[in-house]
Write a protein that binds this ligand. Structure first.
Ligand SMILES: Cc1cc2nc3c(=O)[nH]c(=O)nc-3n(C[C@H](O)[C@H](O)[C@H](O)COP(=O)(O)OP(=O)(O)OC[C@H]3O[C@@H](n4cnc5c(N)ncnc54)[C@H](O)[C@@H]3O)c2cc1C
Length: 417
């Protein structure tokens, strides 16, 4: 490989804050909101021009119930804007599931409102490129944006990048899956006559079969070899908040490492091609799709999992679903047993740093539950609150009295069951 040496450069420090939240997905927004509510001066950095991460940019807009802690608050906000509605489910595999459809544009707006009401300082259109670490303690990050390169210093940092970019750059240990989960491009279609479609196929799950058979007959040029089994041919759909609108999961692609931009580029090229072909096929072949069109595709292909940052515990699926950890700090659902311990949001080996959302410390099998949006909101709430409390108490995150944190979370309405 060829290399170049860049000139040494002086980087201006443009901000100095108490709590710095890196990434404005659902976990980051919850962390920033709760840190600010607990008295910290908070800044949040995000690469896009809006908030929500995969929930908005990835068009992941069908959710499970939101009924504990900060999830209650989000649900009430979305209900009052009429964009939290029961939607018809995805079909065959999940026929009895109750799903909620949210409007991604309302979600973007409401998440931003939450931060602005708490006086969180926002810096959008900004990419975090490196973590500043001194003597094993996180001191903030280096960012790049249209203004160039700058340093942002913080007493405590929350890694909400979903990929653990900040923790990994700080030297925290992490794991990645050997068997990569598929990535998926989501899109919405408008002007679908849902009753006519249903009268032919019965439920949305059957769409998969219709597509698979068409591909096998040669009627739809759609590369089934690219599809992971279980997702093949990667087509699900659900009715949404609004009449005649559906959300389609299309073109799941296997073997893509979400940390490799060249592989992500390939995924965008292939899944976007598949989305267009699929929409054209449905329009031409299924009654009810005659007037349908792609309303919008996700801003980015959806990456389910990359790094899992290692904390003092890496619970398994069975453990998060059954254990009452003494240091439980997140219980996302009031009516379901599932808990996340504090040790999963504090990375090993680096001080003054939390991880939240889909990159917390857990075994891979647990992530099928832990990456779900209400869980990401809940771990964000726990870490943001903990960050502010640790600063108030004058201790590092690792030294924080977890009983104090649990008490504070209960006062915020978290029911630990
Ligand atoms: C195809 C697919 C289907 C899914 N289905 C469901 C479902 O049905 N129900 C459900 O609840 N969940 C589902 N999930 C999971 C869920 O969407 C995610 O796990 C969850 O939204 C992750 O939230 P997060 O805040 O942890 O991370 P993200 O949403 O990834 O947010 C991270 C944020 O950080 C920003 N960022 C990242 N790196 C940087 C950087 N270096 N500099 C600056 N900003 C950065 C990103 O732009 C983003 O806004 C699905 C996921 C996928 C991909």
């Amino acid at each position: 490989m060829q290399w170049i040496t860049e000139a040494e450069t002086r980087t201006p420090v443009v901000e100095n804050t108490d709590v710095l939240v890196c990434g404005g997905g659902v976990a980051g927004v919850a962390a920033a909101t709760c840190a600010a509510r607990n008295g910290a001066k908070v800044m949040l950095i995000e690469r896009y021009g809006f908030l929500g991460g995969l929930a908005t940019a990835g068009l992941v807009i069908t959710l499970g119930p939101m009924n504990n802690g900060i999830n209650n608050e989000i649900r009430k906000t979305l209900e009052s804007s009429k964009s939290y509605l029961k939607c018809s489910n995805l079909g065959e595999a999940t026929e009895t599931a109750t799903l909620i459809a949210v409007d991604p544009e309302i979600l973007k707006y409401e998440l931003m409102g939450m931060l602005l009401r708490q006086n969180v300082k926002l810096l959008l259109h900004t990419y975090i490129v490196r973590t500043i670490v001194e003597n094993g303690s996180c001191q903030g990050v280096i960012v790049e944006n249209k203004a160039g390169r700058a340093a942002i210093l913080a007493r405590t940092t929350v890694d909400a990048t979903g990929d653990g970019d900040v923790a990994a750059s700080a030297g925290a240990p992490y794991e990645t899956a050997e068997d990569l989960l598929p990535v998926t491009l989501m899109f919405n279609m408008a002007e679908v006559d849902i009753d006519r479609v249903m009268s032919q196929i019965g439920n949305w799950g059957k769409l998969r079969r219709v597509v698979k058979e068409a591909v096998e007959r040669g009627d739809l040029p759609f590369d089934l070899d690219l599809q992971p089994s279980g997702y093949a041919p990667g087509v699900f759909a659900a009715n949404l908040c609004y009449p005649r609108e559906i959300n389609v999961w299309s073109g799941s692609l296997r073997g893509i490492n979400g940390l490799d931009p060249a592989q992500l580029t390939r995924a965008e090229v292939i899944t976007r091609e598949h989305a267009m072909r699929l929409a054209a096929f449905l329009k031409a072949n299924l009654a009810g799709f005659e007037d349908a069109r792609i309303e919008y595709t996700a801003t980015q292909v959806g990456v389910r999992e990359t790094r899992r940052i290692v904390g003092e515990i890496m619970p398994s699926f069975n453990e998060v679903m059954t254990q009452r950890f003494s240091d439980t700090v997140a219980k996302p659902y009031a009516d379901r047993e599932m808990r996340v311990p504090y040790r999963s949001i504090v990375p090993k080996d680096v001080d003054n740093l939390f991880v939240v959302g889909r990159c917390i410390s857990a075994k891979q099998d647990a992530m099928v539950q832990l990456r779900i949006i209400p869980v990401c909101f809940a771990t964000g709430q726990a870490a943001g609150t903990a960050a502010a409390l640790a600063l108030k108490e004058g201790v590092s995150p690792r030294e924080l009295n977890v009983a104090l944190l649990q008490e504070n979370l209960m006062a915020q309405g978290v029911d630990f069951g």
